[in-house]
Design a protein around this ligand. Structure first.
Ligand code: S3P
Length: 178
């Protein structure tokens, strides 16, 4: 099975739901941000503050190319990953892409329940500013997110079911072709 790349805004559940889907499908799971943190021995916030966002995006691109070589793996990517360089094309070429599409209000509620200090792009926003920021970011990123081969929405359980069904469908198609 080729790789599955989960894309979507911060807080959409790429990591938590991706792990559950991978277990259900007996696939490996990797989180691109965690891979970067291990490789750099620095967390994402420290990379942003010490090296800058531009350098983070370069490291992200290079790391994406490395994890894309894996097989049978669900890869949760950072929210910005498909929006820089030709990353979305790389992902569509190397496997299948699934966009976890949640609305700005849904994302804001979910993100408020997490520690925003761990997300450098959101760390300085007040709770009131968060939703407006997300609305603007989703508009800017729509052109990239919409290039995903599949799009899923709904509750967490529904999203997992949809990811599992998409991957099973792709496997079926691949077997037919062989
Ligand atoms: C980012 C999303 C983060 C992380 C970095 C930048 C973004 O990943 O890569 O803070 O630009 O949306 P998550 O989507 O996993 O939080």
């Amino acid at each position: 099975m080729a790789n599955v790349f989960l894309i979507g805004y911060m807080g959409s559940g790429k990591t938590s739901l991706g792990k559950i889907a991978a277990e259900r499908l007996s696939m490996q799971f990797i989180d691109l941000d965690e891979y970067i943190e291990t490789k750099m021995s620095m967390n994402v916030s420290a990379i942003f503050s010490n090296l800058g966002e531009e350098k983070f995006r370069e490291i992200e691109k290079e790391s994406l190319a490395e994890v894309a070589r894996l097989k049978n793996t669900i890869i949760a990517t950072g929210g910005g990953a498909p929006c820089y360089f030709d990353n979305i094309e790389v992902m569509n070429f190397q496997g299948t892409t699934i966009y976890i599409k949640l609305s700005a209000p849904e994302l804001a509620i979910r993100l408020k329940a997490t520690n925003l200090d761990e997300r450098p792009l959101l760390a300085n926003l007040s709770a009131g500013e968060l939703e407006e920021f997300i609305i603007k970011a989703l508009k800017e990123r729509a052109v990239f997110y919409s290039q995903a081969k599949h799009k899923v929405s709904g509750t967490d359980d529904e999203i997992v079911e949809k990811i599992v069904a998409i991957v099973r469908g792709e496997r079926g198609r691949k077997n037919e072709a062989e």
